[in-house]
Design a protein around this ligand. Structure first.
Ligand code: SF4
Length: 336
């Protein structure tokens, strides 16, 4: 369970998914994992009851609405006593955009599911095809409209660095998703995991994996789009785990990728403000909101050193200010 958000995750493996997305390792996992059933749901919720007074149940990992309706019903039914007792405050599922229709939404609503996470991944049909997704961008638009119409909260997931994509295509995806006004987004730079289609493409030279620096450069403007649109970013980069590290062949894996991207955004904003000045002071202090100091300074003060060298300043410092709102930045200068 995630102690901060009290999420009880239940992973629904590949379970008959007819697709084979190039980045997906579910088929590898499914050979080793027992299928999930109602007892797993009950057990996960009972364990959570031992440590918390309330929780949210999340079916992650596969395409929930693509599994058989009998299994969907039994998994959701198993959660109902916990919902009736007040322990379970919400249920969410993740699925594919082309696996949403009125019938499945009626089922989800009847069992108290309030949030649906859609793996949109890209809004470019070329990228979707090259990634073996098996759906089109318009499926995401249609699914969002249906979900909204029926009163669900919608979380959209996107992947950067997929085959046939570039930073412009990924930015286009972010803008298109922001226009759909989701209640939140998750951003995942593509990683190459052992045994996947992407690994084969990498091996034959048909795919170039992004570096961490590439991913930071790609994700920074995407994060800006969502922040400016007031859309919460629930996650940036996959959660670090030893299983992931064990399967990782290539790609922009970093345990604190989000921190790196936010750090880049602070550096960009400081650069913008300094560039706009007619005369530059010798010494600069960059003020950031309380709690954001490490993002501004960057690892090993990398941002401050970069700004000092870029503008040929004698010294660049960073300090916290209680007067600034999140993401804002102010610059004070001192000249001899
Ligand atoms: S839709 Fe793609 S990512 Fe999802 S389970 Fe199927 S193959 Fe994996």
């Amino acid at each position: 369970m995630n102690p901060r958000r009290r999420i009880v995750p239940v992973f629904v493996p590949h379970l008959g998914c007819p697709h084979q997305c190039v980045f997906c390792d579910q088929r590898i996992i499914s050979g080793q994992t027992l299928p999930v059933g109602p007892d797993d749901v009950r057990e996960a919720l009972r364990s959570a009851q031992a440590v918390t007074a309330w929780a949210e149940l999340a079916f992650y990992g596969g395409s929930f609405t693509a599994i058989s309706s009998d299994l969907q019903n039994s998994l959701l039914e198993a959660a109902q006593p916990f919902r009736r007792s007040g322990f379970l405050t919400a249920i969410r599922v993740s699925t594919r955009p082309d696996c949403i229709d009125r019938e499945c939404l009626d089922r989800l609503a009847a069992f108290g599911v309030g949030t649906v996470e859609l793996g949109a991944q890209s809004m470019s049909d070329r990228v979707l095809a090259a990634s073996g997704r098996g759906h089109l961008a318009e499926d995401t638009v249609r699914a969002c409209a249906l979900l909204r119409e029926q009163g669900f909260r919608v979380i959209l997931q996107m992947m950067t660095g997929l085959p046939e994509s570039d930073p412009e295509t990924d930015l286009y995806t972010a803008k298109s998703l922001a226009e759909l006004r989701p209640d939140g987004v998750r951003i995942y730079p593509a990683l190459v995991l052992r045994g996947t289609g992407l690994a084969k493409m990498l091996e034959r030279g048909a795919y170039r994996a992004q570096s961490v620096e590439d991913a930071v450069n790609t994700c920074a403007p995407i994060v800006r789009i969502f922040c400016e649109g007031g859309i919460p970013i629930l996650r940036l980069g996959l959660h670090p785990s030893w299983e992931l590290e064990d399967k990782l062949l290539a790609g922009p894996y970093h345990p604190a990728l989000g921190e790196l991207v936010y750090s880049r955004l602070y550096r960009d904003e400081a650069e913008r403000q300094l560039s706009a000045r007619k005369r530059l002071p010798d010494e600069v202090t960059i003020l950031v909101p309380v709690g954001e100091l490490s993002k501004m300074t960057g690892k090993g003060k990398a941002n401050l050193i970069w700004l000092r060298d870029r503008f040929q300043l004698r010294q660049v410092r960073a300090a916290e200010s209680g007067d600034l709102s999140p993401g804002a930045l102010a610059i004070k200068g001192k000249s001899e």
